[in-house]
Design a protein around this ligand. Structure first.
Ligand code: NAP
Length: 247
């Protein structure tokens, strides 16, 4: 078995102040990567994530930027390159969900979800990939959703953005594979984070073959696999992490 050792590597995780992103950042940090913990507004939570990684013996720093603002994304990656000289791993995790049945969907909801969930990962991938291509090495993991694979009432816009990420992932995998960059996605089911707080989790858990909702750490495990040498021959894939819900 190849051990997971990311020491000497630099990883940037978007939306890493809370939930799945924070769990992914901690997992990458524990594996030895220097982690850049991106956030938008939760400065204290991002600082706590950085502190956790340092306490576990790793290295990390926080970086505030809005993934949907191209100039901010460009500046963030330039800054990473200036200070660390490399970017090995990008986890496109930041996302928002504004649920509404289709007659109640507003143009603002559509614009915000497309900007953060779909355009944001494009901006981050474009800026990360330009450096990864020069290094002839990199790994990009994007957090999609089973809702992007199967749809869900009240989530038409969210589903469209998450389905878009599948097409983005597969296309970038084909473009960047020959340049040494692997590009994959994970599609979580129902995960215990702020995003799913208002849902009837018990009722949903009864529909899940493994009979429980997932933890952020369980998604982080799949992300870590894809970022590590264990996944060295995997690209263009969507790994579903949902306890069997979308089966
Ligand atoms: P969460 O707990 O609501 O956290 C969202 C994260 O995204 C926060 O760190 C937030 O930063 C950040 N963020 C939001 N807008 C941003 C922006 N414009 N720029 C930079 N960061 C931004 O969400 P989660 O449940 O962990 O979800 C993480 C990802 O997994 C999302 O893409 C979501 O769609 C996907 N997902 C979640 C589930 C689930 O059941 N939870 C299932 C499938 C897929 P601040 O804290 O600073 O605001």
């Amino acid at each position: 078995m190849i051990p997971i050792d990311l020491s000497g590597q630099v990883a940037l995780v978007t939306g890493a102040s809370r939930g799945i992103g924070a769990a992914a950042a901690r997992a990458l940090g524990r594996a030895g990567a220097h982690v850049i913990v991106n956030y938008l507004s939760s400065e204290e939570l991002a600082a706590a994530c950085v502190e956790d990684i340092r306490t576990s013996g790793g290295n990390a720093e926080a970086a505030r930027f809005d993934v949907s603002a191209e100039a901010e994304v460009a500046r963030a990656f330039e800054d990473v390159m200036k200070r660390h000289g490399r970017i090995d791993i990008l986890v496109n995790n930041a996302g928002v969900s504004k649920d509404a049945l289709f007659l109640r969907v507003t143009p603002e909801m559509i614009n915000e979800m497309i900007a953060v969930n779909l355009v944001g990962p494009f901006f981050c991938t474009l800026h990360a990939a330009r450096y990864m291509i020069k290094q002839r090495r990199g790994r990009i993991v994007t957090v999609s959703s089973i809702v992007g694979l199967g749809g869900n009432p009240g989530q038409s816009v969210y589903a469209a953005t998450k389905a878009g990420l599948v097409g983005m992932t597969k296309s970038f995998a084909k473009e960047l594979g020959p340049r040494g960059v692997r590009v994959n996605a994970v599609a979580p089911g129902l995960i215990d984070t702020d995003m799913t707080k208002g849902m009837d989790r018990e009722a949903i858990a009864r529909e899940i073959p493994l009979r429980s909702i997932g933890s952020p750490d369980e998604v982080a495990g799949a992300i870590l696999f894809l970022c590590s040498e264990l996944g060295s021959y995997v690209t263009g894939q969507v790994i579903v992490v949902d306890g069997g819900l979308y089966t």
